[in-house]
Write a protein that binds this ligand. Structure first.
Ligand code: TXA
Ligand code: MG
Length: 313
């Protein structure tokens, strides 16, 4: 059977359906952001609490900024540099952004993905698409169409195929609705790159529950996972109590049941991270051990996801 096209997917969105689509970060589960019933179904399928806002996706910046009632200079600067691309901006909402997409907040998350199939879908649809990652709430985000089908099965009306996501982790989120810019979620676009353009950026207040990426346990496999410093990896393996699966930089150790070797380049690591966690999760082991990447700025986004994946349930 022929793969569905972006034009067909746009038609599904128009009649209130749910479409999973590739982006350069992770696959999204999209609904018409102006249709309350469609968004309600999106939340139900995700099993996501209603108070958590979703990011709204557009084909271009001008349409996106129509959903904001104030567009600060910093937003224009970042948009000019990074859109389309893996950056989400949080701005004060206009009347187009209803409570059902903002979780009742006075702000809205805006993103212009660069993936050609996402772009084609958004152009055909010619509107705003609410899209969280296309997985059930709290689990690892999908980076292939197969991951989406595994997670959501028949709960999604159409899945657009777009190959493995290039970035592999969710977009960087910058909050520009307050007095000073804040980094709400680290990602491929780094804090340093943002600060070079708009000046100092604060770190998020981790107590803020309104930002679901900010929940303590998120992006998590089902198998209990722990983050282990390189020096302690051998000692953990030597304990030999549980059947373990390991994600590490070094070569496989024959005492270990399942070993995945990861690249030392942070971008290549991020690209493979979620597929690797899924693979280890289905290896039938009792525990996952993850060798901690270096504590260096280029690893911030990966370390953020690993920290959440490895928190005890
Ligand atoms: O890369 C991405 O951003 C992917 C792809 C599909 O675009 N989407 C994604 O969506 O990661 P989601 O819903 O899984 O995560 C969106 C994050 C959540 O933590 C949400 O709470 C936050 O963005 N967010 C959305 N609107 C917000 C707002 N108005 N204020 C604060 N946080 C917001
Ligand atoms: Mg998500």
């Amino acid at each position: 059977m022929a793969e569905p096209t972006p034009a067909q997917a746009a038609a599904v969105l128009r009649r209130g359906g749910l479409v999973a689509f590739p982006t350069e970060t992770v696959y999204g589960l999209g609904a018409d952001a102006s249709n309350g019933n469609a968004v309600a179904r999106l939340y139900a399928v995700k099993r996501r609490p209603r108070a958590h806002p979703v990011i709204v996706h557009f084909a271009d910046a001008e349409t996106a900024f129509g959903w904001a009632r104030e567009v600060p200079g910093a937003a224009r600067t970042l948009a000019a540099r990074f859109w389309p691309g893996p950056l989400t901006l949080i701005l004060k909402r206009s009347s187009l952004a209803k409570d059902f997409v903002t979780g009742g907040q006075d702000t809205v998350g805006l993103r212009i993905p660069s993936h050609p199939i996402a772009q084609a879908l958004l152009r055909h649809f010619d509107g705003a698409v609410a899209a969280p990652s296309a997985n059930r709430f709290g689990l690892v985000s999908p980076t292939t169409a197969a991951h989406v089908r595994d997670d959501l099965g028949n709960d999604v009306d159409l899945v657009l195929e777009g190959g493995p996501s290039e970035v592999g982790i969710e977009s960087t989120i910058v909050g520009l609705s307050g007095a000073t810019p804040v980094l709400l979620r680290p990602g491929h676009v780094s804090k340093a790159e943002i600060e070079a353009l708009i000046g100092p950026v604060g770190e998020k207040d981790t107590s803020s529950p309104r930002h679901s990426g900010g929940l303590e346990r998120h992006y998590a496999p089902r198998t209990p996972a722990s983050l282990v410093p390189t020096y302690a990896l051998d000692r953990e393996i030597a304990k030999g109590r549980d059947k373990v699966a390991v994600l590490a930089f070094s070569r496989p150790d024959e005492r270990v049941d399942y070993w995945l070797r990861m690249p030392r380049d942070p971008q290549a690591y991020a690209q493979r991270l979620y597929a690797a966690l899924r693979e280890l999760d289905s290896a039938g082991c009792e525990r996952i051990l993850v060798e901690a990447p270096p504590d260096a700025p280029e690893w911030t986004a990966v370390r953020d996801r690993l920290r959440r994946a490895c928190r005890a349930a």
